[in-house]
Design a protein around this ligand. Sequence first.
Ligand code: PLP
Length: 428
Amino acid sequence: MHAFHDRPNPAGFEFWCEDLPLSRIADEVGTPAYVYSTATLAHHYQSFVQAFAPREVSVAYAVKANGSLAVLATLARLGAGADTVSEGEIRRALAAGVPASRIVFSGVGKTDAELAFALNAGVREINIESEPELHRLAAIAAAKGRRPTVALRINPDVGAGGHAKITTGSDDNKFGISSAETLRLYAEACSHPQFDVAGLACHIGSQITDLAPLRTAFAAMADLVARIRAEGLPVRRLDLGGGLGVAYGDGPEPPSPADYARVVLETVGGLGVELAFEPGRLIAANAGVLLARVIQVHARPGGRRFLVLDAAMNDLLRPALYDAHHAIRPLHRRLEGAPERLYDVVGPVCETGDTFARARLLPELAAGDLVALLTAGAYGASMSSEYNSRPLVPEVLVRGAEYAVTRPRPSYEEMLGRERMAPWLGRS
Ligand SMILES: *Cc1c(COP(=O)(O)O)cnc(C)c1O
């Protein structure tokens, strides 16, 4: 479900977000711009939680999917926690009103400074991802006189995910502690007076559209819990990560949260542990669109027709990075229907990879027309950059018929003003 939809107008149809025509935001805020729907964020968070009812679960939304303070605050008010992978993300979550008691700190390379920051903040749980990290955290906690709650992040050696670059759960990538080492390291963690060991965590990949690898991974986690308990050690919490995929308009339909919850409860539901999750994409992806305007249409000899947008790969990297598909729709459609054309939809950046879609069938478009790239709420703005000295795209949050610009587009002065000249180069 999402709250982006067509509404009729005298000329045809217009694309809206909740109770606002998106063209109004494009005209007032300018393009490109990210637009997020409050109702859609809330729907996804609540339907995930309700999929487990009457069982209570804790959901730490993965900040890296979309770290907008307004998005985080929207979710925090519904009761969401935050899964974070850097000090910056912990600070973001705190600034948005997520209490430290609902913040999980994950990540394969946490620095000493970041671990110390998390200890001082008093986060809910630190997920230890390797043996050296266990030793570093123990030393830092001892020096600070802190006793953090920790979990071991296990790599259950199950590959999953929509693309090789987003698979995290197999032995040949960098994430987590192998099953073979788990017992020894769990016992070691429990022996540290410095640690309150809550249990185990895993996260096997992202954009997972098949429940089979999740079932295998969760069953492996259940098996580890049994083996740890057989050693007389306690396990009270399982954090099963994020990873559930969404529909991008190509590829398979992802399982519903209800189907996912059934697999969770069948595999680990009987262990008598607290269940925690870290969904990111599932909550934010289709709660956001990227608005763009057509700069020009450019026909090449040989017949290819390029639709050049004012949005580019620096604003939405997923197509260039993962060959990801995003549905594209014009904000206005004429009643009688425009003829359709095949377009290569590209941005203005000087890279061939700056291509949103190849040979995409769209209603005929002209310079100045507005389009929306759908399902851009996760790993969109959060992965954006200023490549080609393009200022970061503004972010807008819609609620009903109102909207707020939650991150204004920086001016060129602000963008350049962040830099300093080297003293030997004089003043610029
Ligand atoms: C990225 C990440 C998530 C969120 O993944 P989604 O596919 O967006 O649900 C959760 N946990 C960890 C540890 C992650 O790195």
